[in-house]
Design a protein around this ligand. Structure first.
Ligand code: ZN
Ligand code: ZN
Ligand code: ZN
Length: 366
């Protein structure tokens, strides 16, 4: 992680902000701050604020007691750090770094307490979310970021390879979920962030929390799991079946697999993100399950597990090489079962490449 890479991102953010009519961006500890500066402190009530302006050098306002770690950050030596001490008004200090009027973009993760205090000291400014500028910059990954996403995806693949070898029947969802979490870390993740394991009728709830239900013979099991590896996220879903599947399951599985495949095939530069959703949704609708595909087709991924671009109806944002996102259609039949298949893909110059390589055919577990 080098300072140049982050300085270049700050320059691009400043010029994109200017192009879009922003007088400045105010970024607090968050994935935005990590992206721009490489600095990753805890968000606290004492504000740390990176100020990016189209017409000035970047400056970071830092509580005095956190100056040492801020100086150690990738850009700590190459941008101006301004300390403030307890008893000072940090918002007045921030106001001195910002124009008195114009549009400001505040980080989407900036706490309401900070935003309201900034609004009070900058009555002439209007405020909007910085993702209007940063969302697009962060959505288009550079080669290093794609390498990190690929490593995370392959580590998730290897966790799946591990879990499918283990017994399911007679174990609870929570036991399988804790095995999955351990496998994710064993495969190189810094940590496991989520491990959805949903068996039988529980699989009809897309964000089911793994619980005490014991997996029985014939249960379909949806597993959706991921974590961060070197800061970049994995997120994959596979649906397996413990033995002989219930009536109707194989048909639904085939429909979701087709929808997933066709969604990936539809992703290429110039295509609207919402149109990829449309392609996957149409496969499911034609098979008669449209009303049971209850969520969008996918989400961007990077320093956050959900970030732009969103593959959702009405999103006319055009895909570009370097964008990375999930393609994860599903069908959820209440009281019966659910099926979801999810891969992370990245847009290439002519199509999209799946970063996950695990088989998508139905796997029977024991
Ligand atoms: Zn989800
Ligand atoms: Zn997922
Ligand atoms: Zn996802």
């Amino acid at each position: 992680v080098n300072a140049d890479r982050h300085l270049e991102r700050m320059v691009r953010a400043a010029s994109a902000a200017g192009d879009q009519g922003f007088a400045g961006l105010v970024i607090a500890p968050s994935p935005d701050l990590v992206y721009l500066s490489g600095y990753d402190p805890m968000p606290l009530e004492r504000p740390t604020l990176l100020v990016i302006r189209p017409d000035a050098e970047p400056v970071m306002l830092v509580p005095d007691l956190e100056l040492p770690p801020a100086r150690e950050a990738p850009v700590g030596a190459s941008i101006e750090l301004i300390g403030w001490s307890d008893g000072d008004d940090p918002y007045e200090a921030a106001a001195r770094l910002l124009p008195v009027d114009g549009r400001l973009g505040v980080g989407d993760r900036l706490w309401a307490s900070h935003v309201l205090a900034l609004q009070a000291v900058l009555p002439g400014c209007s405020f909007t979310t910085a993702s209007a500028v940063l969302g697009h910059l962060r959505a288009v990954k550079d080669a290093e970021e794609l390498t990190a996403l690929r490593a995370a995806a392959r580590a998730a693949d290897s966790a799946f390879e591990g879990i499918r070898e283990r017994p399911f029947v007679g174990r609870t969802e929570a036991q399988v979920a804790s095995d999955l979490a351990r496998l994710l870390v064993d495969a190189g993740h810094d940590r496991a962030d989520f491990t959805i394991v949903a068996g039988g009728p529980n699989a009809a709830s897309p964000h089911h929390e793994a619980g005490g239900r014991t997996i029985r013979p014939g249960d379909p099991v949806v597993m959706d799991f991921g974590g961060a590896l070197d800061g970049y996220f994995s997120d994959m879903t596979r649906t397996v079946v413990a033995g002989e599947p219930p009536p109707g399951f194989e048909e639904v599985y085939g429909v979701v697999r087709d929808a997933q495949q066709q969604g990936v095939a539809a992703a290429r530069p110039g295509v609207a993100a919402g149109d990829v959703d449309g392609v996957a949704r149409e496969v499911i609708r034609r098979a008669g399950y449209g009303e049971w595909f209850v969520h969008r087709t996918g989400h961007g991924i990077g320093l956050e597990v959900h970030e732009p671009p969103y593959l959702v109806r009405g999103n006319d944002q055009q895909l570009e090489p370097g964008m990375a996102f999930s393609v994860e259609p599903g069908v959820y039949l209440p009281g019966r079962f659910g099926v979801r298949i999810e891969d992370i893909v990245s847009v290439t110059s002519e199509g999209a490449e799946s970063l996950n390589r695990s088989p998508r055919d139905l796997l029977v577990v024991t």
